[in-house]
Write a protein that binds this ligand. Structure first.
Ligand code: ATP
Length: 339
């Protein structure tokens, strides 16, 4: 099975080709980098509009060059796209492109939930069977585990996503978007002997980042060294995620943890999670960075599994959903044959 996928929930205008036979995933991405401030929905949509034709053309050329069959046949078996969650104007552009591609190539359309793709890519690249999944992305933060036909949300942020929270702090400091990598670099240079006293908010299986962001901004305004604030911020936020991930492993009895989402590129977060898993005898897996940040590769891989399970969409039913939750998705592909 070969799938062409298009992703565009926020900043990444991305297209990919996945070949389930060779396991090759070709990804082409054009990132929106705001000149100042954070991600502006209208500017993100303008970027998507401008960048999607080129990335799709590159992926399609790759599909045509690598197809093994008569030139008269379509170079892929299906077209997959992210239906949500994400910014409505971006999602609508990507869905329009995906519908047009499916109709032109005369292949089925597959609608993929972006958050489920963030976690399924970790299951795919690890071959873990039933892991707990920590999605640490820009606009979201969830703990999920599969049970009875759905990915159940075991815990989640009660306010902003984890990456967005970090980005808000860096905007305040005057650093350009995205802030996550800059916080990671600054934290590595911290020289303070002790962590700053920032709020740590975990309630059961849920967590909150807004208080810690305000406190971090106030600490910086109060004259604390920015490196020390970044270090304390990372330690607190990631310890909250590690605590809840550990509780999820303990309560579900699962012994595997996978990480997903752009914040998963942070080495300190990966280190903390690996240490926590090792201490309790669980296995930990984080996919390669190209599969952690938003990318169409993860949409293509899950799209292939959904296609193999017959989980395709009629064009008339293919509208996008900016608030699409992972637990709204009937999981059709786990018992189906491998693509
Ligand atoms: P979602 O997937 O929820 O729609 P998103 O589209 O914003 O979120 P992702 O690509 O998953 O995107 O994540 C982007 C976020 O990852 C940004 O907030 C960015 O600051 C953060 N990030 C990137 N690299 C790092 C890093 N090294 N450390 C911490 N955060 C990082």
């Amino acid at each position: 099975i070969r799938v062409l996928a298009v992703e565009g929930t926020a900043w990444a205008a991305s297209a990919a080709v996945y070949d389930a036979g060779s396991e090759e995933v070709f990804i082409e991405t054009d990132a929106y980098l705001p000149d100042s401030g954070g991600i502006h929905p209208r500017e993100a949509a303008e970027h998507m509009h401008g960048a999607i034709p080129r990335v799709v053309e590159t992926a399609l050329s790759h599909a045509r060059e690598t197809v093994d069959g008569p030139a008269s046949e379509p170079p892929v078996d299906a077209v997959a796209f992210s239906r949500g969650p994400g910014l409505g104007p971006c999602l609508r552009i990507v869905a329009t492109v995906a519908r047009a591609l499916a109709q032109t190539l005369e292949v089925p359309l597959v609608g993929v939930n972006h958050m489920v793709a963030h976690l399924e890519i970790g299951r795919h690249t690890s071959e873990f069977n039933s892991p707990v999944c920590l999605n640490a992305s820009g606009a979201n933060a969830h703990l999920l585990a599969y049970r009875n036909g759905r990915y159940r949300v075991l815990g989640e942020t009660m306010d902003t996503g984890v990456g967005n929270a970090i980005d808000k702090f860096t905007r305040h400091v005057g650093w350009s978007h995205p802030g996550g990598p800059k916080v990671e670099e600054a934290a590595a240079r911290a020289e303070g002997e002790e962590l700053l006293d920032l709020p740590y908010v975990v309630k059961g299986m849920d967590f909150s980042f807004s208080g810690i962001m305000t406190a971090a901004k106030e600490a910086y305004d109060g004259g604390e060294d920015v490196e020390d604030v970044c270090c304390s911020l990372q330690e607190n936020v990631f310890a909250m995620l590690a605590e809840v991930a550990e509780r999820a492993l303990s309560l579900t009895g699962r012994e595997e943890l996978v990480l997903g989402g752009g914040v998963g590129q942070n080495a300190r977060l990966r280190g903390m999670l690996a240490e926590m898993c090792e201490a309790r005898g669980a296995s930990f897996h984080a996919p390669d960075p190209r599969f952690l940040r938003d990318n169409a590769g993860m949409i293509a891989v899950l799209g292939a599994k959904m296609y193999a399970a017959g989980d395709t969409l009629e064009i008339a039913d293919s509208r996008v959903d900016p608030d699409f939750r992972p637990d709204q998705v009937p999981v059709t592909w786990r018992e189906a044959p491998e693509p």
